[in-house]
Design a protein around this ligand. Structure first.
Ligand SMILES: [Zn+2]
Ligand SMILES: [Zn+2]
Length: 200
């Protein structure tokens, strides 16, 4: 499903059979009720065919596959065996997280501070010129903030924009209303955003 070499997720397209899309082409991410282990997310994505389609992504695929890189193998000189790359890279990612570096972060507007996040915290993404608007449900305070960030900020784990734009608006707890309002605002380009520092 996730290809570490290209940093893309594979989904079905009725026109092109299979397509590979980066996280920044996702449009909505919604946890399906019921399936807990692992949780399953229903996503919609903007397809190269011009349409939007739905897909399903398991929680580990959504949050951890980008940190594990490709599923190819490498030759381990220490053990003289071919071994999977992914566990090594996930270990590496875990160490970076323990050292206080986060693969994804955003600016929580209600809390007025940067917060770490995972893609499963993203709710809505919308293209905005050469950037992406992301509605993130804060893992700490459970409220939703909208940041406007670079595509790399979304697509490349551990790459974080030093400065992002935050939309100065407290969104309703009702996620459906938030989604509708957010998409309408981004489509009209009429949102008020302020630049804030994310990085140290
Ligand atoms: Zn398509
Ligand atoms: Zn928060």
């Amino acid at each position: 499903m996730y290809d570490g070499l290209t940093g893309r997720y594979t989904f079905a397209c009725p026109v092109r059979d299979q397509v590979r899309v980066p996280l920044s082409s996702f449009r909505t991410i919604e946890e399906l009720p019921g399936a807990a282990h692992p949780a399953v997310y229903k996503i919609t994505f903007a397809c190269a065919c011009g349409d939007e389609h739905e897909g399903l992504v398991a929680h580990d695929e959504l949050d951890w596959a980008p940190l594990g890189g490709s599923d190819s193998s490498f030759f381990n000189l220490m053990t003289a065996r071919f071994e999977a790359v992914a566990p090594e890279l996930v270990d590496h990612a875990v160490r970076r997280i323990q050292a206080g570096e986060w693969p994804w972060s955003f600016f929580c507007y209600p809390e007025e501070r940067p917060r770490p996040a995972f893609p499963s915290s993203f709710r809505v993404l919308a293209p905005a010129e050469d950037a992406v608007g992301v509605a993130v449900r804060c893992p700490a305070c459970a409220r939703t903030s909208v940041n406007v960030v670079s595509r790399s900020h979304v697509d490349v784990p551990f790459y974080n924009d030093r400065r992002v734009r935050v939309v100065e608006h407290i969104f309703a707890a009702d996620i459906e209303a938030t989604v509708a309002a957010f998409r309408a605002e981004l489509d009209s380009g009429a949102f008020d955003a302020r630049r804030v520092d994310l990085g140290p």
